[in-house]
Design a protein around this ligand. Structure first.
Ligand code: ADE
Length: 245
């Protein structure tokens, strides 16, 4: 996958590109990142990329003509052009899966300062937000998106590693443990040490349902539970009620 990032701060991506899974994906050519400095497309001698808001008000606004030129310099027919913005559709694991399968080239535009000229959205396919809070720019948001998509690309991490992880089928992941078996009087659940694979699988399924029920009930509304999961949910609800009483 090719990802082209339009940014005023390309240096923010230095550590990101040189660390862990992303570094490995780049080295193995599963992922290619291209950083484009928006300032290179400013046409006056002061390299001005922003200007005062029309109608007055606080802050500076990124200029549409500069961003347009930057997009045109990297745009290809197959590219998905994405504007990172708190006004966008909220990012989630489902979108990460879709993007990892569907797109060969993605252009991410990182806004900065107070905002960007609203006409920029005419040259983008969609706007994406990583959550309901305001960042100082789109750079961190684009790193979040790249990280969550890159780890799903074939050959980047083992498929088994993300088969059961949180948000697959709208359920949270099960709890995991490692040695020591006892720490501060707290013991690893016995079944996990039993070597009985069916019982371990059942325990893990129950743990996923319990975690989702106790921490993110909102996800359960969307989740399509199978019969076993529904049974576990009923048992957990009953147990929780008994504990309350
Ligand atoms: N730019 C500023 N805040 C943002 C957010 N929450 N998501 C994406 N881009 C942003």
């Amino acid at each position: 996958m090719n990802i082209k990032i339009l940014t005023l701060f390309p240096q923010m991506f230095n550590d990101f590109q040189n660390t862990s899974i992303i570094a490995k994906a780049l080295k193995n050519q599963k992922l290619n990142l291209e950083l484009i400095d928006i300032r290179d497309f400013a046409d006056n001698k002061f390299k001005q990329v922003d200007d005062y808001p029309a109608g007055g008000g606080q802050g500076m606004v990124l200029k549409v003509d500069v961003i347009y030129k930057a997009i045109q310099s990297v745009k290809t027919d197959d590219a998905l052009v994405v504007l990172l913005s708190p006004k966008g559709k909220v990012w989630d694991q489902r979108k990460a899966y879709t993007w990892s399968k569907k797109y060969k080239t993605i252009i991410l535009i990182c806004g900065h300062y107070e905002g960007f000229d609203a006409r920029i959205s005419n040259y983008c396919d969609l706007e994406v937000s990583i959550g309901d809070y305001i960042l100082t720019g789109g750079e961190l948001a684009s790193m979040v998106i790249i990280d969550s998509v890159a780890r799903l690309l074939p050959g980047v991490i083992k498929t088994e590693s993300h088969l059961n992880e949180s948000f697959n089928n709208d359920l949270l992941d099960y709890d995991v443990y490692t040695k020591p078996v006892v720490f501060d009087n707290k013991i690893i659940p016995e079944v996990l040490l039993s070597g009985h694979h069916k019982n371990i699988d059942d325990w893990r399924e129950k743990s996923r349902i319990y975690n989702t029920y106790s921490k993110r009930k909102d996800l359960l509304k969307k989740a399509q539970l199978n019969l076993q999961q529904k049974n576990f949910l009923n048992i957990i609800k009953k147990d929780c009620k008994e504990e309350e009483n």
